[in-house]
Design a binder for this molecule. Structure first.
Ligand code: NAD
Ligand code: DAU
Length: 332
């Protein structure tokens, strides 16, 4: 049994990971989360208090971070400012959390010689053309587009440097777009689901041709546990489930599942610098560590996610009006 320190464990993917850890392992979890607009205590409700505790604090605050790292067997670092649109509006928090926060955690892991796993994104690799047969691999050069993805790329490079220069026992994973329960309504899939539930037409940026490579958050969690168990120190693993879909197809599927006309959406102002396509080749993770995703069918995973939002309006409703007002101010 291990003691995990999970940063950002009250956010979307972090909370899915904590639920997964409680269900599938004997580990205990300390969540360190600042509870920004994106963090939500309610995402940890129902978890056993003898297995999971929440510490509210900032990963950039060394006084908070060092004692928590000292008592952990491993740090799993999810905490980040995570939304591209916000990073275009106000980049500063992305530098504070994604760069300085990661630096602070790495220094604590170095001081206390604690195993460290860094959660990152496929966006560090930039984007692909729609007809490019290539997919991202661990050897694709970094080429981030947005303030968000450039700070994630910077944080990845810090981790690599702390491994090489200081011997920190770290691994990195870069995952594709996640979907599932507990995702903030600012993000694409929950925004469109909750729009439909509220009788608002879904909003597609630009022409809706942009492609994302979808993976269920629970599959992301099992991949991270696999890397924690069997990953080689200093290595990077790409996580993906062969789930490429263009945005228009995803909106049409949400409309079809909810019984709406499939063309009942609006095309709105595009995101500046909008990455065209992401696609992950996860061969290394599958062949070297034996991981496989279990949510093979995107349509049924999406239908279950729609049901979750239908059943959990109290979880998302407080954020919905503010998010829509923000988007409306930008013509989105
Ligand atoms: P999220 O925005 O839903 O959650 C982020 C969490 O971090 C929140 O609970 C927030 O309160 C917390 N946080 C933010 N700043 C903090 C700080 N300074 N100190 C402590 N806690 C802080 O994000 P998410 O979508 O769950 O993403 C989690 C991680 O996974 C991020 O590192 C992101 O880059 C990465 N990732 C996300 C995706 C995706 O599809 N969402 C895909 C690949 C990788
Ligand atoms: O690829 C991994 C990344 O996926 C993570 O690193 C990020 O943290 C996560 O937010 C996500 O980034 P994206 O920018 O791809 O996700 P988002 O949900 O913001 O948008 C998904 C796609 O949908 C993108 O092409 C933009 C588009 N979009 C988004 C919104 C909010 C729309 O067409 N309409 C919308 O209303």
């Amino acid at each position: 049994m291990s003691r995990l320190l999970v940063t950002g464990g009250a956010g979307f993917i972090g909370s899915n990971f904590v639920h997964h850890v409680v269900a599938h392992t004997d580990h205990t979890v300390t969540v360190l989360d600042k509870l920004t607009y994106a963090g939500n205590r309610a995402s940890l409700e129902g978890l056993p208090s003898d297995r999971v505790r929440l510490v509210v604090g900032d990963i950039a605050d060394a006084d908070v971070v060092y004692p928590l790292v000292a008592e952990a067997d491993a740090v799993v670092h999810y905490a980040a400012e995570s939304h591209n649109d916000n990073s275009l509006h106000d980049p500063r928090p992305f530098l504070d959390t994604n760069i300085i926060g990661t630096y602070t955690l790495l220094e604590a892991a170095r001081r206390h010689d604690v195993r460290f796993h860094h959660i990152s994104t496929d966006e560090v690799y930039g984007d692909l053309e729609l007809d490019d047969p290539a997919r991202f691999t661990e050897n694709t050069p970094y080429n981030p587009s947005s303030p968000y993805s450039s700070t994630k790329a910077g944080s990845d490079l810090l981790v690599r440097a702390w491994v090489r220069s200081f011997g920190v026992r770290a691994t990195i994973s870069n995952c594709s777009n996640n979907y599932g329960p507990y995702q903030h309504v600012e993000k694409f899939i929950p925004r469109q689901i909750t729009n439909v539930l509220r009788g608002i037409r879904p909003k597609l940026y630009g022409t809706g041709e942009n492609v994302r490579d979808w993976i269920h958050a629970d599959d992301h969690s099992s991949a991270v546990l696999t890397i924690l168990d069997r990953g080689e120190i200093g290595e990077t693993y790409l996580i993906g489930a062969d789930g490429e879909k263009d945005n228009k197809s995803v909106v049409e599927l949400i409309l079809r599942i909810t019984g709406q006309p499939v063309n009942a959406y609006d095309l709105v102002t595009d995101r500046p610098g909008h990455d065209l396509r992401y696609a992950i080749d996860s061969t290394k993770l599958r062949t070297e560590l034996g991981w496989e995703p279990t949510y093979g069918d995107f349509e049924s995973g999406l239908a279950a996610t729609i049901e979750w939002y239908r059943d959990n309006e109290a979880w998302w409703a407080p954020a919905k009006d503010g998010v829509e007002a923000f988007y409306a101010s930008k013509g989105q």
